[in-house]
Write a protein that binds this ligand. Structure first.
Ligand code: CMX
Ligand code: CO
Length: 132
């Protein structure tokens, strides 16, 4: 079901500084930027092969990413796996009784359809199912 790693998300305090770091250290370029208002975050997608590093910065104090930065500091926030059918993949996880954060798929950035799975039963890793 997991076709590819779509992105690895890293929570950062200063988006411009993180973009500069990837550019200077690795000559890696931002391919897409977007404010995801539902999640109160701004993303910069840095291209890595066919995948991305999603640099993620809160747009306000109520963002769960702001809470994450406060509690845990900057670092790995979640892994996004590319799936063919987000709804089917989510239903499977739900039918097995694992906790999810989205009962139904919803719009993500770049016109994707996404659903988040709770980290508590996923061995401490927040998972995003991404249908491109
Ligand atoms: N990875 C792993 N564990 C995490 C986590 C993360 N990113 N964020 C929080 N947790 C853990 C906390 O440490 C806490 O663990 P304990 O109970 O052991 O202390 C537990 O999850 C609950 O954390 P919390 O602080 O009480 O809950 P939050 O209100 O911060 O919510 C979460 C956490 C995962 C439910 C929330 O971040 C969420 O719903 N995420 C899905 C949406 C999202 O992340 N959007 C931003 C990205 C958008 C995108 O990529 O497109
Ligand atoms: Co993501």
């Amino acid at each position: 079901m997991l076709n590819d790693i779509d992105h690895i998300a890293i929570a950062v305090r200063d988006l411009e500084a993180a973009i500069s770091y990837y550019k200077n250290a690795f000559e890696a370029e931002v391919e897409h930027r977007e404010v995801i208002s539902n999640d109160l975050v701004e993303e910069a997608m840095v291209k890595v092969g066919e995948s991305y590093v999603q640099l993620l910065c809160p747009t306000g104090p109520d963002s769960t990413v702001a809470k994450f930065l406060e509690k845990r500091g900057e670092g790995l926030h979640h892994v996004g796996y590319r799936v063919t059918n987000c709804s089917e993949a989510l239903e499977r996880v739900k039918s097995l009784g694992f906790a999810v954060l989205d009962e139904n798929p919803r719009p993500g950035s770049r016109g994707t359809t996404v659903a988040f799975i709770h980290p508590k039963e996923a061995f401490g890793t927040l998972i995003e199912l991404v249908q491109v």
